[in-house]
Design a protein around this ligand. Structure first.
Ligand code: UTP
Length: 296
């Protein structure tokens, strides 16, 4: 029997340079997917996966992420006076749902460093990590991607990273997982090597690591001792490679469509996919897409 995965780290302290100039003043994770910030979708996925404590790793310039999960009394009073029960319920749900706390990463020294900041709040138990700009869409019949990874952690007792198949020519943008598909279960990928952003021409796999992880406490000492990589960042991939050597590491090929919403076209795609999944927006979105395609 493994300890329950109850806590999740959401690192949101990055600078969002791929999305400048807006990220000069507005955190990437606060950009709207139709009418809700992408961080809300990530928090909803975590809560729907059984997580009860969320730890945001934030940066000094991104305080409005915390504000978003706080109560806005003035707004609540206005909505209550107007009798706008639907909107009141929606905004109260955001501030009352789950336990969310926030820590500051004093400098954006990489994902590995961001995760290490949460060590005192997690301690000796397994935990999840969800990246603030990686959205994974699932249909109503499919459990959220994180829930799928947690379930596989309970089955195997091995730390999990989410994997997608990409074109080999694209793997240089990702952490690349080398290894083999488990012949008994095509979702499981037994990892025997991990390379952060392999230079083009050296690629040995089409399996890319994306932003959902279930990690074990063994990662803490590894991260603490890890030297920065050439770009000065503490790389999570380097720590995962060491974890693989010590305890093993499993890639999980989840069901769902992953979108990098920290990239401009990915962001556009995320908006369209989200609108298509909202029953009240679906038909109008299809009509709009048809209209635009015909006009172009
Ligand atoms: P990214 O590399 O996608 O985010 O990190 P970034 O650095 O903000 O974006 P670009 O590449 O410059 O456009 C994935 C997630 O990890 C967080 C980011 O906020 C993002 O949600 N992150 C990254 C941190 O919290 N701290 C870091 O030092 C780096």
């Amino acid at each position: 029997m493994h300890l329950q995965v109850k806590k999740a780290i959401l690192p949101v302290a990055g600078l969002g340079t791929r999305f400048l100039p807006i990220t000069k003043a507005i955190p990437k994770e606060m950009l709207a997917i139709i009418d809700r910030p992408m961080i809300q979708l990530i928090v909803e996925e975590a809560l729907a996966s059984g997580i009860s404590q969320i730890i945001l790793i934030n940066g000094h310039h991104k305080g409005n992420i915390e504000d978003f999960f706080d109560t806005n009394y003035e707004l609540n009073n206005v909505l209550a006076k107007k009798g706008d029960v639907a909107n009141l319920k929606a905004v109260e749900k955001i501030s009352n749902n789950g336990f969310i706390c926030s820590l500051r990463q004093k400098e954006a020294l990489g994902l590995g460093h961001a995760i290490l900041c949460a060590r005192p709040l997690i301690g000796n138990e397994p935990f999840a990590v969800l990246l603030g700009d990686d959205l994974i869409f699932t249909d109503a019949q499919t459990p959220p991607a994180l829930a799928q990874l947690i379930e596989n952690y309970y089955k195997t007792g091995i730390a999990q990273v989410a994997l997608i198949s990409v074109a080999r020519a694209e793997i240089y943008k990702y952490g690349a997982a080398e290894g083999n598909v488990d012949p008994k279960n095509a979702h499981n990928f037994v990892i025997n090597n991990l390379v952060e952003k392999p230079p083009q021409g050296t690629e040995k796999t089409d399996q890319a690591v994306v932003g959902r992880y279930v990690l074990t406490p063994a990662i803490w000492n590894i991260l603490e001792k890890l030297p920065p990589s050439n770009d000065g960042e503490i790389q999570l991939t380097d720590a995962l490679f060491k974890l693989m050597k010590v305890e093993g590491l499993m890639g999980y090929r989840f069901l769902g469509a992953r979108v990098d919403a920290g990239d401009r076209i990915g962001y556009l795609r995320a908006n369209l996919m989200h609108a298509l999944l909202r029953p009240e927006l679906r038909q109008d979105t299809i009509s709009l897409m048809k209209e635009l395609l015909q006009a172009n």
